[in-house]
Design a protein around this ligand. Sequence first.
Ligand SMILES: Nc1nc2c(ncn2[C@@H]2O[C@H](COP(=O)(O)OP(=O)(O)OP(=O)(O)O)[C@@H](O)[C@H]2O)c(=O)[nH]1
Length: 248
Amino acid sequence: MIKPNIAAIIKDKIKRTQTGSDDIYVVGPVKLPVELDGETKMFHWYSWLRKETGEEQTAEQLVEDLTHFSYADLQQSSVLVYGDFENNDNALIRMHSICHTGDIFGSARCDCGFQLKQSMRIITEHGTGALFYLANHEGRGIGLFSKAIAYLLQEDGFDTVDANTELGFADDARDYSNAIAVLKLLRALPVSIITNNPRKVDALRKAGMNAAGRVPLWGNSSVYNEKYIQTKVNRSGHFGQEPQTIVK
Ligand SMILES: Nc1nc2c(ncn2[C@@H]2O[C@H](COP(=O)(O)OP(=O)(O)OP(=O)(O)O)[C@@H](O)[C@H]2O)c(=O)[nH]1
């Protein structure tokens, strides 16, 4: 049993939402000061845990269960919220798929690290938004170990799409339903999405979340990721690099 003073701290800080056969428990907000270009920006951070649908657990029950699972082995996703995300008329979101190599190590083979930082800049400059960091999306959903193998195929001449499919995977196996369920918990009003990927816009629209617009996110092209970026447009159906701001 957790002590009453501990239960009091977490009371009202864990909420449940559901989608399909998943229960999603969202914890937060946690104050998160983030260093961005030499300034400290204050975000509100939430993380979520997916469970098979079952009876709703109280915050106390959830916490009592935590030590019985190896949650460090199972990735959890999270969202960084900036400004009055629930109520502001015009809010931006980014659904960012985890990229261990690009986001953490700064690999230039992709544009992920740039997109992560740039989307934080766009959101803070705009004043209201949410950056979803999707931890079960590594390698467009194939996982880190498989991505390393796909990289070996790419070093042998295969492009990103063929490297995935030659290994028996879809080009893109990502699912956005849990993240969208969390989004709906945080905001009911329309959002504009920061992306070049039409599948992300479609996922929002299909989930009934009004996508008010799209903010493109190209940049940081180099000899190392030129082919990767071209393949997105030529084979994966990404919107091209036209210098637009928000497209309805
Ligand atoms: N399988 C595979 N995944 C990659 C490769 N390079 C980056 N990724 C993953 O691709 C995901 C990022 O997807 P992107 O295609 O950059 O972005 P997007 O979601 O399609 O579109 P944007 O919203 O416009 O960034 C992350 O999960 C990365 O880990 C690669 O060469 N092969």
